[in-house]
Each structure stands twice: as structure tokens, then as C-alpha cells.
Design a protein around this ligand. Structure first.
Ligand code: ZN
Length: 184
């Protein structure tokens, strides 16, 4: 497939329980213009949705691509391609997480404080880096998406019970959209 380098992509969010969110994402093979456009469009979607992180399955792509920005400053944009977490360390900390695929649902999730990752930049440079605090939290949340693991799997039984009506509403919304087909 021959893509034009100036092609502008636009993504919409895949919401729970869209089955694409349960797929294990596949490694990116080509570091080409298409990847650059995908990353740019993912950043755009993330910002427009007021998110701090976004994984490719959340825009319907089963590819191992994450974008994140813990501060909102353009200089802190981070795109991780074919990322793998090689080590998680530090104490387990609890933090209230949200997810763009679960609008208006927040739940406490426990995760290790630090993570060490290998990834490639969109330009194909291989990098090893350790993250801690909020950035580590985002990386671990978004990495879950690449494995098909979702916020609903990480929340406590109490939170799951508390959010049952909201989760049911998302399922209903998904079903009615699926029934109406691709009509916008
Ligand atoms: Zn998420």
C-alpha cells in the first residue's frame, strides 16, 4: 500500500466494550510516513479528548503504539513504539485512574511506582528508559491496552459494583450503535 506522506488521519475513540480493545496489539514493522501520521493523529485525538495517554487499540488499531503527555506541555510529548516493560519496581501505589474508553468512570488502581521500558521512537531509535510517578502510571495503564487489559479488569470488586450501571450503559450504547451499523 502506497500512502501519501501528507495524508491527514483522523481518529475517533473506541469505547468499551468494543472488541478491538480486547485484542493483543501487534508490533509495528515499518517506521514509515504512515506511522508518523498515525502518531500525529493519536496525539491530536488524545489532546482533543483531554487525555494524558492513548493506546492504538483505543482508536481501532491493533498496533503497539502509545502516545502520552503527563504535563500537557508540547515538549513532554512521548510516543512509544513496540514498547516492552522489562521491569516494574518500587512500592505498590494506589491512584484514581480514568480511561478515554470508559467515559466518566474512575477507579483506584494499584501499580508499582516505577517501570523500566524498551521502546522505539517513531523515527526508529531504540531507547531504554525508567519512568516513575505519574508518567510510570500512564505508561503502565496504556501498556495494559496493548495486551487487551482494561480499567474494568483492574478495579476492585467494590468499584466494579459501584460502576455497574455506568458499565451497563456503555454496553447498551455499544449495542445500539452496532445495530445502527456505520451510520453516523
Ligand atoms: Zn485507558
Amino acid at each position: 500500500m502506497n500512502e501519501k506522506s501528507q495524508e491527514k488521519l483522523e481518529f475517533s475513540l473506541s469505547l468499551y466494550p468494543d472488541p478491538v480493545l480486547r485484542k493483543v496489539a501487534q508490533p509495528v514493522g515499518l517506521f514509515d510516513d504512515r506511522l508518523q501520521s498515525t502518531v500525529a493523529a493519536m496525539f491530536e485525538r488524545m489532546r482533543a479528548s483531554h487525555g494524558v495517554g492513548l493506546a492504538a487499540p483505543q482508536v481501532g488499531l491493533t498496533q503497539r503504539i502509545l502516545v502520552l503527555n503527563p504535563t500537557g506541555e508540547p515538549k513532554d510529548d512521548l510516543a512509544l513504539i513496540n514498547v516492552s516493560i522489562v521491569e516494574r519496581s518500587g512500592p505498590l501505589t494506589s491512584f484514581e485512574e480514568g480511561c478515554l474508553s470508559f467515559p466518566d468512570i474512575y477507579a483506584e488502581v494499584k501499580r508499582p511506582e516505577r517501570c523500566k521500558v524498551f521502546f522505539w521512537t517513531p523515527e526508529g531509535e531504540r531507547i531504554e528508559r525508567e519512568f516513575e510517578g505519574f508518567t510510570s502510571r500512564i505508561v503502565q495503564h496504556e501498556y495494559d491496552h496493548l495486551e487487551g487489559v482494561l480499567l474494568v479488569d483492574r478495579m476492585s470488586p467494590a468499584d466494579k459494583a459501584r460502576h455497574k450501571p455506568a458499565l451497563a450503559a456503555l454496553i447498551e450504547r455499544y449495542k445500539s450503535r452496532a445495530l445502527s451499523g456505520s451510520r453516523k
